[in-house]
Design a protein around this ligand. Structure first.
Ligand SMILES: CC(C)(COP(=O)(O)OP(=O)(O)OC[C@H]1O[C@@H](n2cnc3c(N)ncnc32)[C@H](O)[C@@H]1OP(=O)(O)O)[C@@H](O)C(=O)NCCC(=O)NCCS
Length: 192
């Protein structure tokens, strides 16, 4: 059984284990989910992405962990912490929070719940001085979540990612500092 990283009220974040990569690919590789991420992936592209995910865990002790719903064990997606490795920016190596959920699980607050946990881990266990998040202008769900978490838009850090065309550029950047998180966390937990 893969190690559990953390639990929230409804969710479990855990490390990747045997069989997870195939299951993840089967349920997550959909046009809707991948719309702002370069489109659906070939098995080779997914394998390369997976190796990066596993590499972050090995090298840094954190990665984009699997997110499961506690009540039925259903795999909902991933959320967690990596290090910046995008071409086109000198932010390389800094903490980056990210998320990807299956479409049936959108709009339930799961992404926010998992992301709050990921930021708790970033500023607690991993002692991050600050955390970045990247997306594109069209991905309103993703930058909406960044803003809901109290992350601040940093236009001065935006960059062009050479892996993508003009439809997926520029990469827009958000950031939150460790000192900002306690207050931002309280606000994020408040119902709307
Ligand atoms: C991005 C993604 C994780 C958001 O998931 P979600 O289920 O909408 O997220 P939640 O239900 O937890 O909502 C979290 C907050 O995001 C904000 N939000 C969500 N959708 C939004 C939208 N379309 N516009 C503005 N804000 C939005 C809301 O403020 C919401 O908080 P609230 O309900 O307390 O007000 C999901 O759409 C996804 O997995 N997309 C595909 C993969 C992807 O693009 N990942 C990001 C790559 S950068």
């Amino acid at each position: 059984m893969a190690d559990i990283v953390a639990e929230t009220e409804r969710l479990r974040l855990r490390e990747w284990g045997e069989g997870d990569a195939d299951r993840f690919y089967a349920i997550m590789n959909r046009a809707s989910v991948m719309r702002w991420l370069g489109g659906v992936q070939t098995p080779e592209q997914w394998d390369a992405a997976l190796q990066r995910i596993l590499g972050f865990q090995r090298d840094h002790g954190h990665t984009f962990w699997l997110v499961e719903r506690k009540k039925d064990g259903e795999l909902l997606g991933f959320c967690g912490l990596k290090r910046v490795n995008s071409p086109g920016t000198d932010l390389t190596g800094q903490f980056e929070v990210g998320w990807r959920f299956r479409e049936e699980a959108w709009g339930e607050g799961y992404a926010k719940e998992a992301a709050i946990q990921a930021l708790d881990l970033a500023f607690g266990r991993f002692e991050a001085p600050h955390v970045l998040a990247f997306t594109v202008t069209g991905n309103e769900g993703s930058w909406g979540l960044m803003e809901r978490l109290g992350m601040r838009r940093r236009q001065d850090l935006d960059f062009t990612d050479s892996r993508f065309g003009p439809d997926l550029n520029p990469t827009i950047v958000y950031r939150i500092d460790a000192s900002e998180w306690p207050w931002a966390r309280q606000q994020a937990l408040r119902p709307r």
